[in-house]
Design a protein around this ligand. Structure first.
Ligand code: FAD
Length: 295
């Protein structure tokens, strides 16, 4: 089912992001996590697209299995990296054949260590180019795009970035998923500014329960998100005293209170960056149900 349609239900939801494990030997364990997290009743499950664009067949295979074997509603990520019409067309036809109705259209990041993105083709330079192509040639798909509550790192200003986002939506995007953030005010300011420039589609907040300090710092170095000073010093402190288990505990508590506050203040739902880990998400889910008085 198209996510655009699912979002009309207007009930708070959780959705989940996974990444395809590189090593095929890890796939049984990965699908075991998927099976466990199916119990959360996620609105949809997204699957990332390898940074170099070289592992697109893994994304395609995983979304196909999620749909056909696990009865989940998948969202396949797709980037402009290494893209040409034939390659993108074959990926999108693969989705259609598998009965997958949703795609997240992205530009992709510059290669590690580089700060500027060099497009591989004239035709696909920005996320919006992908959105236009999909809307025209694969019009049945529901299309999501990325949004940045703290601005995309390459954008000269928030106003400029919002104008680019408005254009992506005008090209045919149905919904927006945000980059991770740790200050809910940044999300609500972003939504207000987006509405003010005429962006009307749902904006789903992306939440990362921090599980590992080094991995967090690596992500922050390229994604443009920031961590409130007090939270970062608490993370550093528990890491020093208790190691990664302390980081996981603090990260889980922070994510739970962030999610409660987002939903209380009217966010439509929450997209969890699972990092392919079941336990943290199951714990958050219990909290989510308690909040809604469901259990
Ligand atoms: P764009 O919308 O093209 O924007 C990129 C930059 O260009 C911005 O600064 C924007 O302001 C500017 N811009 C846009 N249009 C124009 C224009 N016409 N002229 C000039 N400037 C313009 N990466 C992966 O490799 N695989 C994934 O699976 C993946 N999943 C992601 C999921 C989410 C929810 C998010 C938030 C990000 C994800 N990323 C992924 C990372 C993403 O590829 C990067 O953030 C990338 O740097 C930008 O992608 P975009 O689609 O937002 O690009």
């Amino acid at each position: 089912m198209r996510i655009a349609q699912l979002l009309q239900r207007q009930e708070p939801f959780l959705s989940l992001e996974f990444f395809p494990p590189k090593d095929r030997a890890q796939w049984p364990g990965f699908f075991d996590v998927v099976r466990q997290l199916r119990d959360l009743g996620p609105l949809f499950c997204s699957v990332t697209y390898g940074a170099g664009g070289s592992t697109q067949h893994n994304t395609l295979e995983i979304v196909t299995r999620m749909k056909q074997e696990y009865g989940l509603e998948p969202l396949a990520h797709l980037t402009c990296v290494g893209a040409d019409r034939a390659r993108i067309g074959s990926f999108l036809s693969g989705l259609a054949q598998a009965g997958v109705d949703n795609v997240l259209a992205l530009r992709g990041d510059p290669p590690r260590g580089e700060s500027t993105f060099t497009p591989d083709s004239e035709e696909f330079q920005h996320g919006s180019d992908l959105v236009s192509f999909i809307r025209q040639d694969f019009s049945d798909l529901s299309i999501g795009v990325a949004g940045y509550p703290e601005k995309h790192p390459e954008a000269p200003s928030m106003d400029d970035d919002l104008e680019r986002l408005r254009h992506k939506v005008a090209c045919g995007a149905d919904f927006i998923i945000t980059q991770l953030f740790f200050d809910n005010d940044a999300y609500f300011d972003f939504v207000a500014r987006a509405r003010a420039v005429g962006i009307g589609v749902p904006i789903i907040p992306g939440i990362l329960p921090v599980q590992n300090l080094a991995a967090l710092k690596r992500m922050l170095s390229f994604c443009g998100a920031s961590v409130p000073e007090g939270y970062m010093s608490d993370l550093e402190h528990v890491h020093k005293v208790y190691g990664e288990s302390g980081v996981r505990g603090l990260g889980l508590g922070y994510a739970k209170s962030q999610i409660r506050n987002l939903l209380d203040r009217g966010a439509p739902g929450v997209h969890l960056y699972t990092l392919n880990k079941a336990d943290t998400c199951l714990d958050i889910w219990k909290d989510f149900l308690r909040r809604d008085g469901l259990k």
